[in-house]
Design a binder for this molecule. Sequence first.
Ligand SMILES: Cc1cc2nc3c(=O)[nH]c(=O)nc-3n(C[C@H](O)[C@H](O)[C@H](O)COP(=O)(O)OP(=O)(O)OC[C@H]3O[C@@H](n4cnc5c(N)ncnc54)[C@H](O)[C@@H]3O)c2cc1C
Length: 406
Amino acid sequence: MDLRSDKPYALLRHGLGYVYPSIRKHIKADVAIMGAGITGALVAWHLIQKGIQPVILDRRHAGMGSTAASTSLLQYEIDTPLHKLIRQVGEKNAVLSYLLCRQAIYDLHEIAKKLPEKPAFELRPSFQYASYNSHVKDLEKEYLLRKRAGINLQLLTANDVKNLFGFQKGGGLLSADGGIIDAYPFTHALLKHAQDKGAIVYDNTAVTHIDYDYNNVVLQTEWGHKVTAKKLIIACGYESHHYLPKKIERLHSTYALISEPFFGKDFWHENALIWETANPYLYMRPSSDNRILIGGKDDAFYNPTRRDANIARKTRQLENSFHKLFPHIPLRTDFAWAGTFASTKDGLPFIGSIPERPNTLFALGFGGNGITFSLLAAQIISDLLSGKNNANGKLFSFDRRGAGVA
Ligand SMILES: Cc1cc2nc3c(=O)[nH]c(=O)nc-3n(C[C@H](O)[C@H](O)[C@H](O)COP(=O)(O)OP(=O)(O)OC[C@H]3O[C@@H](n4cnc5c(N)ncnc54)[C@H](O)[C@@H]3O)c2cc1C
């Protein structure tokens, strides 16, 4: 698959990162991970903490799939608002999903602090405005439910929005919990650390065939060498559907830009992450290098040629939407890119096993919160592989209530 356009900003800014060799011999391992994006890297980090040294294989270079295109907002707010998610999966599961995503932000922060490379991480509030006045009622409902769940947030009036953000909207929700971490350098820092602790990473090594067995899993690679593992983790991002018997996700195209750098550092209230209630939604955040990153204008198709041909037009649309909100900020685009992403029916990820694929676990963080979902997948899977029960696994299982194609 073609997951993204050629020049996402993270790649231009951070370059190739670490590179790893391709496989040159047959290997036996307790655990093999397919995919060295942020999901595979977080799974590897968690396994290392539990004394398991995985073998990680990627057909590209590490982090070069969707991870390199990510705009890296860390939000606990799942694409499906809590009041709708409750209808789909029940109140207990919906609230727990929100709380786990909130905790994931802080867990990611702790991991970043522990890594020798100290990848930049910033906690930021998250602000969702009502795109239309008719959406305010739903935000009020959402506010009460999240408050009841113990989430720290404020319901803003139109006046509050004007005072804090300077634009005219009927209301919004300002949540205390949110963050940013650039997914691409973070992935490299995680993989390097895993390698230093005994993991083996192979770049440029496509798995071309898998034999699932009741004793082990045998991965055939493009170079003719095999990896035989007791357990396999599939963390192939939006390419993971090749390994599933039925469709569970819908693919979309999405667009992003980053501005030229500004001299000032304060753009709006606490430089919050901003998004809106419309679907697809516009979102934005200041970057750690004083630029403004904007994304959205999604298309409901996977066609990389059409997607990439749209970049110039979508960039203008993103700029126009930004200028309507912030006419006083003289934003000029420096770089623009596009990528594919996947959504699920209930907005939740798929984590765990299916009977058709013995000894295999899937870590599929589909949805707008891909990175926080990757963290949850890593926690659940590493617990399972180290023999610890993780009750949260049921929330994201393939046979949960509410599962299905978006
Ligand atoms: C433009 C854009 C903006 C986004 N913004 C956000 C955001 O703000 N916040 C957020 O949380 N999420 C965001 N996401 C989603 C997030 O980036 C993804 O959820 C995340 O990067 C997925 O990581 P991954 O490791 O699962 O997949 P990937 O990064 O794609 O990694 C999977 C890896 O598996 C490898 N692979 C596949 N098949 C094989 C095979 N047969 N053999 C060997 N290797 C294989 C691929 O080469 C790839 O490197 C965004 C996505 C896009 C495209």
